[in-house]
Write a protein that binds this ligand. Structure first.
Ligand code: IPM
Ligand code: MG
Length: 367
């Protein structure tokens, strides 16, 4: 089993180091190889996704990814910005299915900005299509307008588009995930305005015919944004396009009070995957040793389950994370009165200790 380790920028290096420590203590036959990505790779090799890093990622069974980005790269031309590394990996590896669970851990119910009763026990899964939509649609660019409100003016444009196979495959992923959970899929669209998302809705409805045991509802994206803060527990699996999924998954993450806790997986048709925390590189706290490594550690658990066929090892990590939370250990982002504030490294060490002690599971991340 070969794992490509791509720590990236900002807190990426700190949190990935803790996840690697946890992987090592499992004593499984992994081969881990590290490579630069994002701003770090731009500094080292002049490109955010160097050929050698891409080759390593392609050859690996799974990629453990930290985070990329820093404000200091905002003025670089777009193709050299750190974000292009993650977009390039998604495109080159065909990682079309992005799983973003939003789970409210019982110990952290009060960290949410919503009332505790709205989020207690929350466990939803956002499935975001990751290689299509306006993110990748061609053509795009700048030009002189020939029509519109201001003919002759300078304008910029992007293209929102989805093909039938792209929608079909993500719909299958969503229905199959729902079968392992509470058998309900909410497909989020903007069919009232956009051709692309009327087509999305039609194709999802067709695919649903193959899953009579799963309930399907359709929801407009603006309403979905509202329902997520009004009654988030009514959702089970949410499936949507690339851009709506980007926005809604940040919203859902915040419901749990702690984006520092949420893992994610991005899979291709061969179950090769890229695993990363749902949060970003947080340059403002980088190097201070205060970042929460649990999202990355839980991403490593997802990796073991989805790409490396090691569900027991994944369960050991998830149980260890539960255990450190119930021991009252908290990094700064989730710290509250009556709990013990720990550093990034102390949190990683505590998870390592719990894995070693073999604590058993109380709850696993579903689907
Ligand atoms: C995410 C991020 C990325 C995205 C950026 C960094 C390109 O926001 O993974 O959600 O927009 O997909
Ligand atoms: Mg995002």
């Amino acid at each position: 089993m070969k794992i490509a380790i791509l720590p990236g920028d900002g807190i990426g290096t700190e949190i990935v180091a803790e996840a690697v420590k946890v992987l090592k203590v499992l004593d499984l036959p992994f081969e881990m190889e590290t490579a630069p990505v994002g701003g770090a790779a731009y500094e080292a090799a002049g490109h955010p996704l160097p050929e050698s890093t891409l080759a390593l990622a392609k050859a690996a069974d799974a990629v453990l990814f930290g985070a990329v980005g820093d404000w200091k790269y905002d003025t670089l031309e777009r193709r050299l910005r750190p974000e292009q590394a993650i977009l390039g990996l998604r495109r080159e590896l065909g990682l079309f299915a992005n799983f973003r669970p939003a789970i409210c851990y019982p110990e952290l119910t009060h960290a949410s900005s919503l009332k505790p009763e709205l989020v207690a026990g929350l466990d939803i899964l956002i499935i975001r299509e990751l290689t299509g939509d306006i993110y990748f649609g061609q053509p795009r660019g700048r030009r002189t307008a020939v029509d519109g409100h201001f003919p002759g003016a300078e304008e910029a444009f992007d293209t929102m588009r989805y093909s039938r196979p792209e929608i079909e495959r993500i719909a299958h992923v969503a229905f199959q995930a729902a079968r392992k959970r509470n058998r309900k899929v909410t497909s989020v669209d903007k069919a009232n305005v956009l051709e692309t998302f009327q087509f999305w809705k039609d194709v999802v409805t067709e695919v649903h015919a193959q899953y009579p045991d799963v309930e399907l509802e359709h929801m407009y994206v603006d309403n979905a944004a509202m329902q997520l803060v009004k009654a988030p527990k009514k959702f089970d699996v949410v499936v949507t396009g690339n851009m709506f999924g980007d926005i809604l998954s940040d919203e859902a993450a915040m419901l749990t009070g702690s984006i520092g806790m949420l893992p994610s997986a991005s899979l291709n048709a061969a179950n090769q995957g890229l695993y990363e925390p749902s949060h970003g590189s947080a340059p403002d706290i980088a190097g201070k040793g205060i970042a929460n490594p649990l999202a990355t550690i839980l991403s490593a658990a997802m990796m073991l389950k989805f790409s490396l066929n090691q569900p027991e090892a994944a369960a050991r990590i998830e149980a260890a994370v539960q255990s450190v939370l119930s021991q009252g250990l908290r990094t700064a982002d989730i710290h509250s009165e009556g709990t013990r504030k720990v550093s990034t490294r102390e949190m990683g060490d505590a998870v390592v200790a719990a894995v070693t002690a073999g604590v058993t599971m109380t709850k696993t991340i579903k689907g």
